[in-house]
Design a protein around this ligand. Sequence first.
Ligand code: PAF
Length: 280
Amino acid sequence: MKTAGLAEASATASAWKRESLSVGLVPTMGWLHQGHLSLIRRARRENARVIVSIFVNPIQFGPNEDLDRYPRDLERDAALCREAGVDMLFHPTAEEMYPEGFQSSISVGALTQTLCGRSRPAHFTGVCTVVGKLFNLLRPERAYFGQKDAQQATVIRRMAADLNMNIGIVVCPTVREEDGLAVSSRNVHLGAAERQAALCLFRALSSAQEQVAAGVRDTAVLLGGMRAIIASEPAAAADYIEIVDPETLFPVDHIEKKVLAALAVFIGKTRLIDNVLLEQ
Ligand code: PAF
């Protein structure tokens, strides 16, 4: 496996393209966990070459967010990638990605103004800009994202379709710890008591799933139940708890087809997100 900066990664990806080798890209911010590894395994199965990018993208973090304390360990990540059969680790510097004079961005509309976009107004423009740059630099056939970041996946799919990027966006299921906590790089910030408190996200989503299975269709009832579960956890503070259409991300009042129950909750200083699809 080679680790490459911007010029070398782009040249290598172009050479693979000339040889008609299909390329799968797994964009990450590092601190790789089982969720990333499941994306890498899927990319490995579906492509002749697999690239993992590791770049903690400064422009997707707001001024009071956790850019500085975002966990980093390139050596450990590289070992995991090597073991998983990754062909190239793309690890650009911020100067390579955003050289002096950089002033362009990709912004997607209404999809980015709801859910996480409400409390993180510049986040998705930062995500789309960096993912658009990765797509242009590496020209993959397919790119892999986790369902845990459901809004991100929906926004990126919209961007790729709207801008004719001609790249397959593959969304893979959320990976959970045995007790249900969705794996996330940010879980590393949770102390033992917070780790326990963080289970309220999965408890709230599971209760919504159980109620739908029992025949409840009114989302006000489901949301009331979810809010009560989060409120009963003293270490938790909800940012949002919503039930939306998975494609438009508009709120849904009555469940007639598949909907997305999504929430963002602060556990202490750490903001966690999770979601499930609710089906009748
Ligand atoms: O999901 C992430 O880790 C990031 O948002 C991504 C897609 C790598 C863009 O920086």
